[in-house]
Write a protein that binds this ligand. Structure first.
Ligand SMILES: [Fe+2]
Length: 221
């Protein structure tokens, strides 16, 4: 009898916000938030809690800028697409040794924060090693275009000035075709852009260049 009573009390406690918050603090270092649209400041704060390498922060900012530009092009919600871009690799440093877990850890954290399902879905779908596949336009944009920011960054690094203002679309396209340049950038994924978004690779290069030029100070290039 007493055992049943103790178990019932234990079950009730586990359902309380206090318990869930304690669990979240122990696991992620912050409490659970009430479901509400995440704003940019909250997303930025969360990113900095989980990402420490400045290069990874710059990558997040580049993809955010690109996603915002793509949303504007497609008449979508730039705030929402931007947050998906900013947070897409937020678990990168925690999942380095488990690439198949990449984005699943982020999804868990974001669910606990009450983040928009559409953002979580797009983030999960951008890991081609994971189980989620890009379905909606925002998913496809994040999946097929984020690699282009890596190519643009690498192309800036080999310029004498190391300034993105001096980079041209022509030069990006030349580097895109040079397979030995920035080998880590998947040309195969970028080549899916025309089918996924109806944009040519050259159009994507142009949008990416302008988007990244718009945040060049934050990117330090
Ligand atoms: Fe990324």
């Amino acid at each position: 009898m007493l055992v049943h009573f103790v178990k019932a009390v234990q079950r009730m406690f586990c359902q309380t916000r206090l318990f869930k918050n304690l669990k979240s603090v122990l696991r992620y270092g912050h409490t659970i938030r009430k479901p509400s649209p995440m704003d940019r400041n909250e997303a930025w704060h969360l990113l900095n809690l989980h990402i420490k390498n400045p290069a990874n922060i710059r990558h997040a900012l580049a993809v955010e800028a690109l996603m915002r530009s793509l949303a504007e092009k497609f008449g979508a919600d730039a705030g929402q697409w931007g947050i998906a871009g900013l947070l897409h690799d937020m678990d990168w440093e925690e999942t380095t040794d488990q690439p198949e877990r990449h984005t699943e850890v982020a999804a868990e954290i974001l669910r606990a924060q009450g983040c928009d399902d559409a953002i979580i879905r797009a983030i999960r779908a951008h890991n081609y090693l994971g189980t989620a596949r890009p379905h909606e336009l925002m998913d496809k944009a994040l999946y097929s275009t984020e690699e282009m920011t890596g190519l643009v960054t690498a192309a800036v690094m080999v310029l004498p000035s190391r300034k993105i203002a001096d980079l041209s679309v022509r030069s990006i396209m030349k580097k895109f075709k040079e397979k030995s340049f920035a080998r880590g950038v998947s040309r195969a994924i970028i080549n899916e852009t025309p089918e996924m978004l109806g944009l040519s690779v050259e159009e994507l290069a142009e949008i990416t260049l302008h988007a990244m030029q718009g945040v060049h100070e934050q990117l330090g290039i």
